[in-house]
Design a protein around this ligand. Structure first.
Ligand SMILES: Cc1ncc(COP(=O)(O)O)c(C=O)c1O
Length: 398
């Protein structure tokens, strides 16, 4: 067994990140400032768009994008049951009602056919997630949105590097929202970004992210001289700090190298785990670029001879950090109570949510770390009892 615990989702931090943060600490300007502006420019350039707005998290990015899309009380927004609760909470915080559409069992992405069935007169927007970094079928989703005049907000929390259908994730819909949370493909600890084609909506998102103050209010203490500002609307405290942006600038420079390492680890898992009684993730479609944020396997107790939760415990006991992405949204008590959701109505997401395990997938992993994970999976499954069907057979026979 490995001696030290392999932390799930640990960021890959080098001297460049440390130097960047130290420079900000010494600069006297910790809050929103020139580093945030540079990170926005760098990120916009990476995504091939005109501009981007940095915020404090992807949750903030989603919330502000929905507000900029005009979503509010009385509206419905269709999203996926296979996501982190922040996707749904961003809708709830606008006053609109979230509506779930089940996922495709292979891609684990929202199923456009299910989305179509959920569109009503009150539907204002669709909020799909590029799950694990696998590209959504944005052509199909935008094709559904267009005739109904719906806005599309892409949750790209997992999908910085994702591309498909001739475009980059976050550039198909009206808004693309990204996360730089500590475990994400590039990490600033906490942080998020919005991209959109419409400059006036980006300007509104910037304003809303800093109390609704007039443009460039963050410069009020700068060397350019004191700037008066005005509150244009009641905004939020969703701005990013220069300390975070310094991390982001250094991380973004490495994103392609990180991606190559993610692809290699993913492939090592696919090959090493192929013969085991687990469902492995589907390979990306030809021509698609999967960001490989998560490597998720499904542990079906009837096949694997071990429950998902016992699998998680066994891996942790062997010093391997694992994750669950995600317990499906309709299984959470708050949403059941608030929206009357019944897990039976989302059978694919609920099954996946009960079987899924995320194995560590970080660029900082060595080949030896990958081998440790594989060995722990093998040992966990080897220690299992016979599959449930055999157990039944033995019981009947004996
Ligand atoms: C799919 C998805 N959407 C949104 C978020 C929210 O991101 P953040 O933590 O940056 O607010 C996450 C974070 O884990 C996520 O996985």
């Amino acid at each position: 067994m490995r001696e030290s615990f392999l932390v799930f989702g640990a960021p890959t931090i080098g001297q460049e990140e440390i130097d960047g943060v130290v420079a900000v600490l010494k600069s006297g300007w910790l809050g929103t400032g020139p580093k945030v502006a540079q990170f926005e420019r760098d990120f916009a350039s990476y995504k091939g768009v005109e501009a981007a707005a940095a915020v404090s998290s992807c949750t903030a990015a989603l919330h502000l994008s929905l507000l900029a899309a005009g979503v509010g009380p009385g509206d419905e927004v269709i999203t996926t049951p296979m996501t982190f609760c922040s996707t749904v909470n961003a809708i709830v915080h606008t006053g609109a009602t979230p509506v779930l559409a089940d996922i495709d069992p292979v891609t684990l992405n929202i199923d456009p056919a299910q989305v179509e069935r959920r569109i009503t007169r009150r539907t204002k927007a669709i909020l799909p997630v590029h799950f694990a970094g696998r590209p959504l079928d944005m052509r199909a989703l935008c094709g559904l949105a267009e005739p109904h005049g719906l806005k599309v907000v892409e949750d790209c929390a997992h999908a910085i590097e994702t591309e498909a259908q001739g475009g980059k994730a976050g550039t198909f819909g009206d808004f693309g929202c990204f996360s730089f949370y500590a475990t994400k493909n590039i990490a600033t600890g906490e942080g998020g970004m919005v991209i959109t084609r419409r400059p006036e909506e980006l300007a509104r998102i910037r304003r809303l992210s800093l109390h609704g103050l007039s443009r460039d209010a963050w410069k009020r203490f700068s060397a350019e001289g004191y700037r008066h500002y005005q509150a244009i609307e009641a905004g939020y405290k969703y701005n990013m700090m220069d300390i975070q942006a310094a991390l982001g600038i250094a991380q973004l420079r490495k994103v392609e190298a990180f991606h190559c390492r993610r692809v290699a680890i993913w492939q090592q898992y696919q090959e090493a785990l192929a013969g085991l009684p687990l469902a492995l993730p589907a390979d990306p479609e030809p021509g698609a670029r999967h960001a490989r944020h998560l490597y998720t396997v499904l542990v079906d107790e009837a096949r694997a001879g071990i429950s998902r939760d016992a699998f998680l415990d066994a891996m942790t006991t062997m010093n391997i950090g694992v994750g669950v992405h995600y317990l499906s949204v309709p299984e959470h008590p708050y949403y059941q109570k608030a929206f009357g959701w019944n897990p039976r109505d989302y059978p694919v997401a609920v099954r996946v949510g009960r079987q899924t395990v995320s194995l560590p997938l970080m660029p900082c992993m060595t080949d030896a770390d990958v081998a440790d994970v594989v060995a722990a999976v093998e040992r966990t499954l080897a220690a299992r009892g016979p599959p449930a069907s055999d157990r039944r057979g033995a019981g009947l026979g004996g």
